[in-house]
Design a protein around this ligand. Structure first.
Ligand SMILES: Cc1cc2nc3c(=O)[nH]c(=O)nc-3n(C[C@H](O)[C@H](O)[C@H](O)COP(=O)(O)O)c2cc1C
Length: 199
């Protein structure tokens, strides 16, 4: 029996992304963003408020980085979502984390997070229902410790955080559950056979 829950944010899991950019003074601005996703193979879309210090920095320098927050850095990740660079311009430096300029774009890469996408601002999409910052990925940097077979990023080693919109909480990613384009193969085969027979 399903219960009507009304209107609520029910997309789950959501990522915990740390977006970082240099502001006009060259100071690192960084924020936590759960409303963001891959929108093309080489592009990400972030649904971030116009007035955030990080958004203003992105608009100025036209570049940003997006890191995957992980369990060892949960405190800093959440802090980036609580304090604003609008009131504490040295927010990033005071976190004790470290950043270096990307070799690919004019944006900081935060050292402590294991995976970072280095992006150029591609476009800002503004409609009555959406304000999206879209970035083209120019490089992805990853700590060797999170690489697995074939040099690929191994989610099993990442300890990436997941945002829970229902309880405003963080989860850690869990074990492998199946293979994409694999777990449904048998069902797809059976259905194709049945549909061929019924023609
Ligand atoms: C878990 C979490 C997720 C968040 N996701 C977003 C988001 O997707 N978009 C957004 O505009 N703000 C989001 N925020 C709020 C910003 O991170 C927060 O307002 C931050 O202080 C903005 O920093 P800034 O002004 O220094 O850029 C989130 C906060 C938390 C704690």
């Amino acid at each position: 029996m399903k219960k009507e829950m009304g209107v609520l944010s029910a997309v789950f899991p959501m990522p915990v992304l740390i977006v970082a950019a240099y502001d006009e003074n060259g100071t690192v601005q960084a924020m936590n963003a759960a409303w963001g996703n891959q929108c093309q193979e080489d592009a990400v879309a972030l649904f971030i408020d116009k007035d955030h210090a990080t958004t203003k920095a992105i608009r100025k320098t036209k570049a940003f980085s997006v890191s995957l927050a992980d369990l060892p850095n949960i405190e800093a990740a959440d802090y980036f979502g609580i304090v604003s660079g609008n009131s504490v311009p040295e927010k990033f430096a005071l976190s004790g984390l470290h950043a270096e300029k990307s070799r690919f774009v004019n944006a900081p890469v935060i050292a402590e997070f294991p995976v970072t996408m280095e992006c150029e601002l591609a476009e800002i999409v503004e409609t009555p229902h959406m304000y999206a910052i879209v970035g083209t990925i120019k490089n992805v940097s990853a700590e060797e410790s999170v690489l697995g077979t074939g040099g690929k990023i191994d989610p099993g080693k990442l300890r990436a955080l997941i945002f829970d919109p229902f309880g405003h909480a963080y989860y850690e990613t869990g074990p492998l559950a199946g293979k994409a384009w694999g777990s449904g193969k048998e069902m797809a085969k059976t259905v194709r056979e049945k549909s061929r027979k019924s023609v």
